[in-house]
Design a protein around this ligand. Structure first.
Ligand code: FE2
Length: 277
């Protein structure tokens, strides 16, 4: 199979996309990788071992601050509204890096895993562009407000094991996006900003799919290691000091994303126990 051996590996180009600092260039590279990978022009044959690095490429701005130092702004001022758009924009930018990193780093899984996360990266790049355009329409740009790096930090902490990554990033942090989006959309609609509503609808629809992909591979990895998914998840959430639920919980979206009602009820009960302790 001469031609299979000469198909270049996707991993070096995933690494260049990850390390790219310019958001435009990162998104363009992501689109190119996605097209080439689905056309079979790149293979997921393991090349060298994945590189370990603390930070993925990002522009000099936004300035990164600790999560509790991000200034809370009222959404009823133009600046506060733009800060809300900026926060979503920043999440989407990080989500591109997170998806690229999952595709790049974890190589012991079937090609469908690499394909899934490359597709997620492409959708996140689309979300970033959508939100950046909305931010620009309101007279601001990506980098104009401070931001925190919590999402990427979780990627770094889970870089040594795909099971941990799948358990804690899509199923905890990205699933939380499903909880907060409906309230944000309602405020945006109240302002009469129909174009931002349309962008949020696309993001929400795709995000359910991303959490579902996380759930599918989490189940797959647990099955392969003979681990019980629900019990393990409870142990991890507790050990990493995370909350699955905070405020409003979008049970229906989580159910669509592959959480069972049993699992959700059990987690809710478990967290109530933790908080009352
Ligand atoms: Fe997204």
């Amino acid at each position: 199979m001469y031609h299979m051996n000469t198909t270049p590996s996707v991993f070096p180009v995933l690494l260049s996309a990850l390390k790219e600092c310019s958001p435009e260039a990162k998104c363009r590279l992501t689109d190119e990788i996605s097209a080439a990978f689905s056309d079979g022009l790149l293979s997921n044959a393991p090349a060298d071992a994945p590189e370990d690095f603390r930070f993925a490429g990002r522009p000099a701005r936004p300035e990164l601050v600790p999560p509790d130092a991000v200034r809370a702004r009222k959404m009823n001022t133009p600046e506060g509204y733009a800060a809300m758009l900026h926060a979503i924009c920043h999440i989407e930018f990080n989500a591109v890096n997170l998806a690229l990193d999952a595709a790049y780093r974890f190589r012991s899984l079937p090609a469908a895993f690499t394909a899934d996360w490359i597709r997620v990266a492409k959708e996140e790049a689309c979300h970033f562009r959508l939100m950046r355009a909305r931010l620009q329409a309101h007279g601001f740009d990506y980098g104009d407000f401070e931001a925190h790096n919590h999402l990427w930090d979780m990627a770094y902490k889970t870089a040594f094991d795909p099971l941990l990554r799948m358990a804690l990033v899509p199923r905890v942090l990205e699933a939380r996006g499903l909880d907060v989006t409906p309230a944000i959309r309602a405020k945006v609609a109240q302002k009469g900003d129909a174009e931002t509503c349309a962008a949020l609808d696309i993001i929400y629809r795709d995000e359910v799919g991303h959490v579902k992909i996380g759930n599918r591979w989490y189940q797959h990895l647990c099955a392969g290691r003979g681990l019980e998914p629900a019990a393990l998840f409870r142990a991890l959430v507790s050990r990493y000091d995370l909350f699955v639920f905070r405020g409003y919980v979008n049970i229906e979206a989580r159910r669509q994303a592959g959480f069972s009602r049993f699992e959700l009820a059990m987690l809710e009960d478990f967290e109530r126990g933790l908080k009352s302790r």
